[in-house]
Design a binder for this molecule. Structure first.
Ligand code: SF4
Ligand code: SF4
Length: 405
């Protein structure tokens, strides 16, 4: 049995998933004097601001996706350094992510930060994640109650309907009403919707409703359907939606061993060169990564080397699954392959085992989902060896949830 405390996250690969007991992403909370950060005085940084569509909120173009962060001092430093918008969700770290943010913002002036959180429609269709006739809108305000409580807030600035996977789900009337009700009650200043698959379709469907204020979209240089996505984003921005970009660094690493990082600065610049992206929420987890992301605002121009890096990197598979769903109808066992590949990226790209575990265990899968197949018939658009990745990531299934706390 490996001593929990002695295991470092970097040993993840060496030990394998089963040797990871106790390496969860349990975030601490900030207390007392820890809340004082020297980051505000550290240096004068150049900031670029854009307005988040019709919300009128002026934001720096680089903000923080907090999903992978487990260090409240980093979140505090981000705010002190000039970042304004913190993006979280009801489900991140089983609620501890919102609690951590709550501890950081406690005592800060309410107009000094912008909080966005996300609540899913529940329940959903298992394999596809689609909303169904069973999706009960009564769950929505209950889950949102939990968000507010954890954050210690009376309202959030942006409340999103989380992870919508097809156009018609963005128009799901009972949840639209639930969102609008929260806005009327004043518990959400603005409402939005998020997608990291079929984004152009979801964006256009969201626009048709004329209900949403903000769209949070997957957006990066590795997307296969960049032109279509850019066009949909432009339409949405033109219509007044605020546009926030996530998944901007396309999985962060190319390889499972994390020896080959994506050119993260170039990747973020690429996103922000689209003026219709009002802000990006890279998920930095270290102070160095934060510095790197913030430095992008000094000059958004892509250098010749950066362009070369991105061109080269576009051609390789890496860890980023396009969520194109091309694999879904091919699999003999009807496995939710795109979600399993996303889980793989969370584990090996983001180092976020808890998020990977949560996703893997959200499906009722056998311990070895590919065990009955001698040959894999799936042809992945990115040439991933899906059988190998599924077999690997499925080992997380047997770890209990409290393993990460
Ligand atoms: S695993 Fe491959 S085919 Fe399936 S969604 Fe991801 S990129 Fe597309
Ligand atoms: S090996 Fe796995 S991914 Fe491939 S067809 Fe069989 S069950 Fe599906």
């Amino acid at each position: 049995m490996v001593e929990k405390k002695n295991i470092k996250r970097r040993n993840f690969i060496k030990l394998g998933l089963t040797g990871l007991a106790g390496i969860g992403a349990a975030p601490a909370v900030l207390k007392g004097k820890d809340k004082v950060s020297v980051y505000a005085q550290k240096k004068d940084r150049k900031f670029i601001y854009r307005t988040l569509g019709k919300t009128g909120i002026k934001l720096p173009i680089v903000n923080m996706g907090v999903m992978n962060a487990d260090n409240p001092n980093l979140v505090a430093a981000a705010l002190d350094a000039g970042i304004v918008y913190l993006d979280t969700a009801w489900g991140y770290q089983r609620g501890r992510n919102e609690e951590m943010i709550g501890s950081v913002i406690k005592g800060r002036p309410r107009d000094s930060y912008v909080i966005g959180t996300k609540v899913p429609g529940m329940p959903r269709e298992r394999k596809t994640g689609y909303l169904t006739a069973e999706t009960d809108p009564k769950n929505f305000p209950k889950l949102f109650d939990e968000c507010l409580k954890r954050l210690g807030l009376e309202y959030v600035d942006i409340l999103y309907l989380h992870n919508i996977k097809r156009g018609r789900d963005a128009q799901f009337e009972p949840l639209l009403k639930a969102l609008e009700k929260e806005k009327k009650r004043g518990r959400a200043k603005f409402i939005g919707v998020t997608a990291h698959t079929h984004e152009p379709e979801v964006i256009r469907a969201a626009l048709e409703t004329e209900v949403y204020d903000v769209f949070l979209t997957g957006y990066n240089f590795k997307k296969d359907y960049q032109e279509e996505l850019k066009a949909a984003v432009a339409e949405a921005a033109e219509a007044g939606l605020g546009i926030v970009a996530m998944k901007t660094q396309a999985g962060v690493y190319w390889d499972r061993e994390k020896t080959d990082p994506i050119n993260m600065k170039a990747a973020l610049k690429w996103v922000l060169n689209d003026p219709n992206i009002h802000t990006a929420i890279p998920g930095f987890t270290t102070f160095d990564q934060m510095e790197l992301d913030l430095s992008v605002m000094e000059d958004l121009t892509l250098t010749a080397q950066e362009i070369k890096d991105l061109r080269l990197e576009t051609k390789t598979g890496g860890l980023y699954c396009q969520q194109c769903e091309q694999c879904l109808p091919q699999c003999k066992q009807s496995l939710p392959i795109p979600d399993l590949m996303r889980s793989y990226m969370y584990a090996y790209g983001y180092n976020n085992l808890e998020a990977a575990h949560e996703l893997v265990t959200s499906f009722d899968l056998p311990d070895n989902p590919c065990g009955d197949c001698s040959d894999c018939v799936v042809s992945c658009a990115k040439e991933f060896n899906v059988k190998e990745r599924i077999t690997d990531i499925s080992r997380l299934k047997n770890l209990p949830a409290d393993f990460f706390v």
